[in-house]
Design a protein around this ligand. Structure first.
Ligand SMILES: Nc1nc2c(c(=O)[nH]1)N[C@H]1C(S)=C(S)[C@@H](COP(=O)(O)OP(=O)(O)OC[C@H]3O[C@@H](n4cnc5c(=O)[nH]c(N)nc54)[C@H](O)[C@@H]3O)O[C@H]1N2
Ligand SMILES: Nc1nc2c(c(=O)[nH]1)N[C@H]1C(S)=C(S)[C@@H](COP(=O)(O)OP(=O)(O)OC[C@H]3O[C@@H](n4cnc5c(=O)[nH]c(N)nc54)[C@H](O)[C@@H]3O)O[C@H]1N2
Ligand SMILES: [Mo]
Length: 765
């Protein structure tokens, strides 16, 4: 095996090309190609029979929850309630391949570093706890008890509990999340950074301040009643494919769908339902009635333009466009917002959004006509410096027309990881309010720490600036998912100990602290047997519905433990038995009883999650209860905050291909965008390429520029693509090396992974 090159040692994927094939980007999503692609991976990974049996249990009542995205299940479920990418996620987890102690004896950590993310995870499921001792070249086996004792002793040795970081990725169940945060706070810190810090943190921050609730307000049924749906900065065809069924029925009801995206994404243009005859025959239903190819980071300007047009329409036909009653009874701040919007010039709106006034006025007409409007968004809005302001402009528009607290209307931040919303409800947050800490401390008879902990970016900085810390991760792939790969790699290397609870091997197991542990756990599809019998867990989807999930398959290895069992073992070794960890592990009902007493809205939790389909958490904003904000929802006025892009530079968004789940790479294709067998591609506007003398598929290097500092990513193939002038796109995690640790969104501190200033040059690699 080749010696790792420098970039791999610094935490990057190896700089090597695969074998690119290209075709025309698609104009609709799913249909038969979707089913075939999913089935191929299912057969390769899990075997056809086991795979299909598993898929029949997916998202069914009494079955297990899909580990892919957080989109809710419809009330009427079809036999195959899954989508292509859900099927891929399950196949990936239920694979027959195994990473054993022999595998680690054969491959040194350095060897493994020279492999791609795709290769690493494709080796199969982790099977037993492994340790990399100080200075060791290889991982070797360790018993569970010794692993817990090792972590406990490192934790207890720290000068302060705040020297430990406890990361969570959003696949953890509510039960695991609840006892994890309890353990961390009993240990003495609020250092609970999570993937949400890089994801919908901006949505939470914006919504909390505007409507008093950090979550979306719509239910799936609202999609059937909506007259207009705006979808900004989201690629549902790849990332939330089951949303396409909801959009299809909305479209068939005559709902106007406005897509706002720099790329013409297939899944926003059309959808062929893979479970309907017409869909199988490849006859797509058109989705977007208007497609606005906005410039990257142009959304705040676009939304202010929409508001300008809307206010003008109302001025010419008073009382027909705005909901004056709603504004008067339920909101504050309208006049200030009105004045701010009046002052914004159409020139500024057009320049920054890259859209014409006519296009924006057309979209405003859709809004003006609709009595029930939903706004959906995802990472295209949240990962920018002005993300919070942008999302608050969304809310301003909805408030101005009274589109909250009624059927068919509301805010819909479409969440990522399947239980990322539930983890937050359970207390995974570095700054939970005092009311929560009071309730937790009272229930378990301890004083929960009050000072806020670190979020993801602050955790990286803390580890980079001081050595000797402990990093623990409940799931995820911290190194590859976070910004500024070289910086983060050094931060992790500075730690005394890094330990991760994982199902699959990833780069975070290879760039480690002095000592490192891999703690392999059960996946969601697997049977979880504890002293008290078979266990189930619960999740909360993107629409606040809490439901049960029960794994059925034989675990990948007899040495795996459940996440709950791992946390209980570690907690007992670290903070002792004042909290009954063992009884929590024996029967998760005991955890749910505590959840019921601590988490508002979860009363009678054990009983309510028994009901098929689960229960919906109370959402105050949906009931127009704004008591948290003093009784009224708030308009927030913001000045436009354009990014200063120096002459000759481009703005890069780092996005997902169709064949990946975050840092998990299922394959090297991006079918809808016409890319096959290559991930190191850079999508560029044809004129921008011509201006730079860059030719099609020419290998290029990308340099990012921030605050006088340059960062480089080498060896990407330039792809001419339909996207606005000055805009570029490439996949993460390969491009995370370009995302500056210093560049974060105001208030939410989310890395600005969708607006990176870059230059492009012929490759030197
Ligand atoms: N199969 C699959 N499913 C997933 C995931 C996955 O990786 N794979 N990830 C899960 C997670 S954790 C999340 S958070 C979600 C992510 O779901 P998405 O947010 O859909 O994911 P991204 O690929 O980051 O796509 C962002 C979209 O926003 C657009 N965009 C980028 N910048 C801008 C902008 O400035 N303005 C506008 N209007 N649009 C912009 C891009 O062109 C792209 O279409 O998906 C979840 N589901
Ligand atoms: N440049 C750039 N960076 C981004 C983004 C972007 O758009 N651009 N998106 C950001 C977003 S939205 C998110 S949410 C983060 C995601 O960040 P993370 O959540 O940290 O990353 P994942 O890639 O989802 O984690 C994959 C790993 O999770 C482990 N795993 C899988 N299933 C389980 C399980 O059931 N239990 C446990 N314990 N482990 C499991 C496997 O070992 C796998 O290797 O990335 C962020 N990073
Ligand atoms: Mo996410």
């Amino acid at each position: 095996m080749s010696k790792p090159n420098t970039s791999s040692e610094l935490g990057e994927n190896p700089e090597e090309l695969a074998d690119l094939k290209r075709s025309k980007p698609k104009t609709w999503a799913a249909g038969l190609p979707g089913v075939t692609a999913a089935m191929r991976l299912v057969a390769e990974e899990a075997g056809f029979i086991k795979g299909n049996h598993t898929l029949l249990n997916l998202n069914q009542k009494g079955g297990f929850d899909c580990p892919s995205c957080a989109w809710p299940d419809p009330k009427k479920r079809s036999t195959f309630e899954y989508c292509e990418n859900g099927a891929k996620a399950v196949a990936w987890e239920t694979t027959k391949k195994r990473v054993t102690a022999d595998f680690f004896a054969k491959h040194s950590v350095d060897d493994l570093l020279s492999q791609t993310d795709h290769w690493l995870e494709a080796q199969g499921r982790l099977t037993e706890p492994m340790v990399r001792t100080v200075g060791a070249t290889h991982y070797t086996p360790i018993s569970w008890d010794d692993a817990f004792a090792l972590i406990a002793s490192e934790l207890k040795d720290l000068p302060t509990p705040d020297d430990a970081m406890f990361y969570t990725s959003g696949r953890a169940s509510n039960e695991a999340a609840f006892i994890y945060q309890l353990f961390v706070r009993a240990f003495g810190t609020n250092n609970l950074p999570d993937c949400s810090n890089m994801c919908h943190e901006s949505s939470g921050a914006a919504l909390n301040a505007s409507i008093g609730v950090g979550k979306g307000t719509v239910q799936l049924e609202d999609f059937d009643q909506a007259e207009a749906i705006f979808i900004l900065g989201q690629n549902p065809g790849t990332n939330h494919p089951r949303m396409l069924s909801a959009l299809q029925s909305a479209a068939q009801n005559g709902c106007q769908i406005v897509a706002v995206n720099p790329l013409k994404e297939a899944g926003l243009i059309g959808f062929a339902h893979p479970q309907e005859i017409s869909g199988i025959l490849g006859k797509p239903v058109s989705l977007a009635t208007q497609y606005l190819q906005i410039r990257i980071n142009g959304d705040q300007a676009f939304l202010q333009g929409l508001a300008k047009a809307l206010l003008a329409f109302d001025a010419s036909a008073p009382g027909t466009v705005l909901d004056k009653d709603f504004i008067a009874h339920h909101t504050a701040g309208f006049d200030a917002w009105h004045d701010t919007i009046e002052k914004v010039s159409w020139d500024a709106v057009e320049n920054q959004s890259g859209l014409s006034r006519e296009e924006i006025e057309d979209a405003a007409k859709v809004l003006a006509k609709s009595k029930k409007t939903i706004f959906c968004w995802a990472m295209g809005l949240t990962q920018h410096a002005n993300a919070v302001a942008t999302i608050q402009e969304v809310v301003n528009l909805l408030l101005a027309q009274g589109n909250l607290g009624k059927p068919g209307a509301g805010v819909c931040p479409v969440r990522g990881h399947s239980n990322v919303q539930g983890d937050r409800t359970m207390g995974i947050w570095e700054k939970m309010p005092d009311s929560f800490l009071d309730a937790l401390g009272k229930e378990f008879n301890f004083e929960a720490p009050r000072h806020h902990g670190v979020d993801t970016v602050a955790a990286i900085r803390a580890m980079a600036n001081e050595t000797g810390k402990v990093f623990f991760a409940l799931g995820g792939n911290f190194l590859s998912a976070t910004p500024d790969t070289h910086y983060t790699a050094q931060a992790l290397k500075n730690c005394r100990l890094t330990a991760q609870v994982s199902t699959k091997l990833n780069r975070s197991h290879l760039i480690t602290g002095e000592t490192a542990l891999i703690l392999p756990c059960l996946g969601r599809s697997e049977h979880d047997e504890q002293a008290g019998g078979p266990q189930s867990v619960t999740m909360e989807n993107s629409m606040g519905i809490v439901h049960r999930s029960k794994g059925k398959l034989t675990p990948a290895s007899p040495d795996l433990r459940s996440e709950v069992s791992i946390i209980c073992g570690l907690a007992a070794s670290t903070v002792g038995d004042d909290i009954p960890w063992e009884s929590f592990c024996d029967n998760y009902d005991a955890i749910r009883e505590r959840i019921a007493r601590v988490i508002p809205g979860c009363e009678n939790y054990n009983q309510r999650v028994q009901v098929d389909g689960g229960f919906t958490l109370y959402n105050a904003a949906r009931e127009l209860d704004f008591s948290k904000l003093g009784g009224q929802a708030l308009f927030h006025s913001h000045a436009l905050a354009p990014i200063d892009i120096p002459e000759g530079k481009l703005l890069l968004m780092t996005i997902r291909s169709h064949d990946q789940f975050n840092t998990t790479i299922y394959g090297l294709d991006d079918r809808y965008r016409g890319i096959k067998n290559e991930r190191r591609v850079l999508f560029l506007n044809t004129d921008d390429m011509a201006e730079r003398g860059i030719t099609t598929e020419q290998p290029v290097d990308i340099t990012s520029h921030f605050d006088g500092k340059e960062r480089q990513a080498h060896l990407f193939l330039a792809i001419p693509y339909d996207l606005p002038r000055g805009c570029a796109a490439a996949y993460f995690p390969e491009t995370n090396v370009l995302v500056p640790i210093e560049s974060t969104a105001k208030e939410s501190h989310t890395p600005t992974s969708k607006s990176i200033i870059i230059s492009v040059s012929p490759s030197k690699a």
